[in-house]
Design a protein around this ligand. Structure first.
Ligand code: CAA
Length: 454
């Protein structure tokens, strides 16, 4: 087996435009603070009809290759995780092959993976398996997680966003995925799904989606801790040695920041429930009254939520809040949300602090699919390079254009009306795009899409 397989480079792509959530609250006529405090969201990135999932991924791949200094012939596998489906047959990956033309490399395995926000994680697992398999030919793998998250007008609209994260995967990586230590929980649920192929909008049962997310988190965490206990040769059921304290950071899929804050508290609740009764007064002062609560009764129990959020606030601020920058500033990027969380976490701390850290990741996709795994951060020139490439993230966010809610709403209408139209010539302004962005040039009468770079 090649050693230390993991992430060698990360490349983030976000739209050049955003709408301010305080302005959106006024525009939607909801009470002040509902989106900013209630959901924890400040800005929401969005794309005009000039961008689609293919153009986002073209930008992500071309920028990853350029910034990491590799060539297209160094890539032996390319996987895309997305739920932004434009075609029921042709993959995004096959569209990306146009970037390989000049190199002459057509020997590139991998295709698209779809299940709501989980596709990126499944694609990552495929890429890791390839590098660790007998089929590996020594080249690198690339995984792109990307989506355009938009909702019909209504309660869910402020939880949209858009973006992509491209990851370079190979051996001797600075972000090593821990071997033999990952847990998965999958089940059948109609919490969020996209049955209408003529529309970009999902059907959402908001409350059920939150319950499904929290249940999946409990299940993945319990199973992760059980596996960690076994690997460490520990006996007993207490999370003490393998629970929240064994992570320096924890990154979650983030549909909106408030849910992540609640989710962090829920991990502490899980640890609490696995703690021997006699240790509770000492380890969890003030929480005795919650002894004996049943996890499955607590998804919407405000007392339990409040108690554990207050208790875990300081730990949350340290271990998870730094991972929420992109979620707060761009919104939900669906498959890219978790990896945007990882990018945010890495941007938030100096290299000396990150070296040697262990970071847990929780991936959730409605429908439902979820996993928990962990990364070890390894010192060396590759880590320095990865982090120095991420220095552009904050200036990139700060250089976006703010668009007012009326214009945002019109842009959503244009996307809605023209979503599957052919022929179609996009009308969105090219001045909204960052330099170096790929964009949709036109759709011909046979639905064939062509792209250009600005
Ligand atoms: N000031 C401060 N807070 C306020 C407020 C105000 N003026 N007005 C309301 N709030 C608070 C509410 O109390 C509530 O907080 P708590 O839940 O902590 O009590 C919060 O703001 C949201 O208010 P509502 O519950 O009234 O919001 P809503 O019902 O209108 O919609 C939502 C919320 C269900 C999340 C909706 O936005 C939605 O459906 N979003 C899409 C689905 C989603 O993101 N699900 C998450 C899990 S599924 C997943 O993770 C996959 C994925 O990416 C989609």
């Amino acid at each position: 087996w090649p050693e230390d397989v993991g992430i060698l480079e990360l490349q983030l792509v976000v739209p050049g435009t955003y709408v301010d959530q305080t302005e959106l609250e006024k525009f939607h006529g909801v009470s002040a603070g509902k989106y900013t405090i209630g959901l924890g969201q400040d800005k929401m990135g969005f794309c005009s009809d000039r961008e689609d999932i293919n153009s986002l991924c073209l930008t992500a791949l071309s920028q990853l290759v350029e910034k990491s200094g590799i060539s297209y012939s160094d890539i032996g596998r390319l996987e895309v995780g997305t739920e932004t489906i434009l075609d029921k047959s042709k993959s995004v990956k096959s569209v990306l092959m146009q970037l390989f033309e000049e190199s002459g490399n057509h020997d590139v395995e991998g295709l698209d993976t779809t299940n709501a926000c989980y596709g990126g994680t499944s694609a990552l697992m495929n890429a890791l398996s390839w590098v660790e398999s007998s089929a590996w030919d020594g080249r690198l793998a690339v995984v792109i997680a990307g989506d355009i998250a938009i909702y019909a007008e209504g309660a869910a609209r402020p939880t949209g966003g858009a973006g992509a994260v491209a990851m370079l995967i190979g051996p001797n990586a600075p972000l090593v995925i821990e071997r033999g230590l990952r847990s998965t929980y999958m089940a059948h649920a109609y919490d969020f799904y996209k049955p209408n192929l003529d529309s970009e909008y999902p059907v959402v049962d908001g409350k059920l989606s939150i319950e499904c997310y929290l249940k999946a988190l409990d299940k993945c965490y319990q199973s992760y801790c059980q596996k960690a206990r076994k690997l460490s040769g520990l006996t007993g059921e207490s999370n003490d040695a393998v629970g929240i304290n064994s992570f320096d950071g924890i990154v979650f899929h983030s549909p909106f920041c408030k849910l992540v804050e609640k989710s962090f508290a829920r991990l502490v609740l899980n640890d609490f429930l696995s703690t021997p009764q006699e240790l509770i007064p000492q380890l969890y002062p003030g929480l005795d009254l919650f002894k004996g609560v049943k996890l499955e009764d607590t998804y919407f129990n405000r007392e339990v939520e409040k108690g554990f959020m207050a208790f875990s606030k300081e730990l949350f601020n340290r271990k998870t809040k730094p991972s929420l920058l992109l979620s707060n500033q761009v919104g939900n990027m669906y498959t890219a949300s978790l990896y945007g969380g990882l990018v945010s976490y890495l941007c938030s701390k100096p290299i000396q602090e990150l070296v040697g850290q262990r970071v847990g990741l929780f991936s959730y996709g409605s429908g439902l699919a979820s996993s928990m795994y962990s990364i070890k951060i390894i010192e060396g020139p590759k880590l320095t390079k990865l982090l120095s490439n991420l220095k552009s993230v904050i200036p990139l966010l700060n250089s976006r254009k703010k668009i007012d809610p009326t214009e945002f709403s019109k842009t959503m209408e244009i996307r809605e009306v023209n979503h599957s139209k052919a022929p179609y010539k996009p009308v969105g302004s090219l001045s909204w795009l960052f330099p170096g962005t790929w964009y949709l040039n036109q759709v011909d009468e046979n639905h064939r899409r062509t792209y250009q770079k600005i």
